[in-house]
Design a protein around this ligand. Structure first.
Ligand code: GLU
Length: 445
């Protein structure tokens, strides 16, 4: 068993691609198969080295290591060979239309209520006409001659699929400059690299139909490769994933303090019959993985979902991992244990560190000043081993007559400068007697 993730390095990886990556990886790991990362980089104008580098970084950050790595740009000779084979068998034909001419045809078809399928005008060209075009400096692009044969497959996710070759447009496989187009390169690679299962988005359904005809033309029998087409993620209201969310890159999420296991946990289960829950390692996801649990329905994705999942993952994140992911190496494990239950994002760590160990402005409302003076006067002397928290609170309740919110809110504001946060006791213990005293004094200024 061998699967591949085949991104084009023309942009940063976003959530839709990340889901395809993860599901292929889980499929391979669950079945003990091989996971290939293949760079679809035949589009020379749009592919960039920086996107390739970013992709490798993102994959490593997600923890989804691959077993093999290929680049289409290293295999151009092989695609030429494939194209020559198709020319020889009469399945690849030369076309000379300019992009403007093609666009004109397309518009005319649409205005007549016809599907914009290439009309195969080039098949009527005589040798003399072709020579004339070449003399004029036109270079041909090459299309695959589809046949009318029906195309059927049993999709791993969508069940039986049936498409008619006659309703599809002959795809361009080789550009004017001789470079192969993704469709050709991908089919030759999947064949040469012995890919057994192709799992990708449902936006590739028509591609699959075309590619099945192309495999047939290259001598590969139907059924050699199995297909699964994942339903695309949508907004919470079912509409197409918003531009903003759809184009949020994995590195944007990372910069927002989102953890890899939050993305992995959510994306592995969206659109399946399993409950969505936080997983602390990929192993559990691998064990539970089952492609048949993916449904045809549209999975919903929202920023709230990912933030919520992130919170859950953070709440069980061990100290060593927190240091690794937050890049905030100054924190110690006591601090982490104290603030962890209240974090939504790892980006908040530094703020809480400053609150517990650094300098912050704190405040107190006029009506709470007397109370905070009492708190300062009764603050237990150090060293605290441990801090007599209960006794202090008991004393404060007695002298002030306050309890609940009335007691905690001003105390929290005077000690941390915040109106919310982790358990105050833990924070005060991290501050220690001197800093706690300074804070209460500072609030009264
Ligand atoms: N490079 C293609 C894409 O990113 C790959 C599609 C496929 O999996 O064949 O959409």
């Amino acid at each position: 068993m061998k699967v591949r993730f085949a991104p084009s390095p023309t942009g940063y990886m976003h959530v839709g691609n990340c889901r395809t990556l993860l599901i292929n990886w889980l499929f391979a790991r669950h079945h003990g198969g091989v996971f290939l990362l293949r760079l679809d980089d035949t589009d020379r104008e749009r592919s960039e080295k920086k996107y390739e580098t970013a992709l490798l970084e993102d994959i490593a950050w997600l923890g989804l290591e691959f077993d093999a790595y290929e680049r289409q740009s290293d295999r151009l000779e092989r695609y030429k060979e494939g194209a020559e084979m198709l020319k020889a068998s009469g399945r690849l034909y030369a076309c000379y239309e300019t992009p403007e001419e093609l666009e004109f045809k397309r518009r005319r078809q649409i205005s007549r209520g016809m599907p914009p399928i290439y009309d195969r005008e080039a098949l009527q060209l005589t040798d003399a006409q072709k020579t004339q075009y070449e003399k004029e400096g036109r270079k041909p692009h090459w299309r695959l001659l589809l046949n009318d044969a029906p195309i059927d497959w049993e999709d791993l996710i969508r069940g039986p699929i049936h498409l008619e070759g006659s309703k599809l447009s002959d795809p361009v496989l080789v550009r004017e400059d001789g470079f192969p187009i993704y469709t050709l390169a991908s089919v030759i690679d999947d064949m040469d690299m012995n890919i057994t299962h192709i799992i990708r988005g449902e936006d590739h359904l028509t591609n699959t139909a075309v590619q099945i005809q192309l495999w047939r033309a290259l001598g590969i029998a139907d059924g050699t490769i199995k297909f699964g087409h994942l339903s695309l993620l949508a907004n919470a209201d079912g509409t197409e994933l918003s531009k903003r969310l759809g184009s949020t890159s994995i590195r944007d999420f990372r910069a927002q303090g989102i953890l890899p296991m939050a993305l992995n946990s959510l994306l592995a289960k969206l659109g399946t019959s399993d409950p969505v829950q936080a997983y602390d390692s990929l192993d559990a996801l691998v064990n539970h993985f089952d492609i048949s649990k993916f449904a045809k329905g549209t999975p919903k994705f929202s920023m709230e979902d990912i933030t919520h999942m992130n919170k859950k993952v953070i709440h069980t994140l061990p100290y060593e991992k927190a240091v690794e992911y937050s890049h905030f190496s100054s924190m110690d494990s006591l601090f982490w244990e104290a603030v962890r239950p209240n974090l939504e994002s790892l980006n908040e760590v530094e703020m809480w560190w400053t609150i517990c160990r650094g300098t912050v402005r704190t405040f107190v409302a006029n009506e709470d000043k007397i109370f905070i003076r009492e708190a300062l006067a009764s603050l237990p002397q150090g060293p605290w081993e441990p801090m007599p928290w209960k006794e202090w609170l008991h004393l404060l309740k007695t002298v002030s007559g306050r309890k609940g919110k009335e007691l905690f809110m001003p105390l929290r504001a005077a000690l941390t400068g915040q109106d919310h946060g982790p358990e105050l006791q833990g924070l005060v213990e991290l501050m220690g007697p001197d800093l706690a005293r300074k804070r209460l004094e500072g609030a009264l200024l």
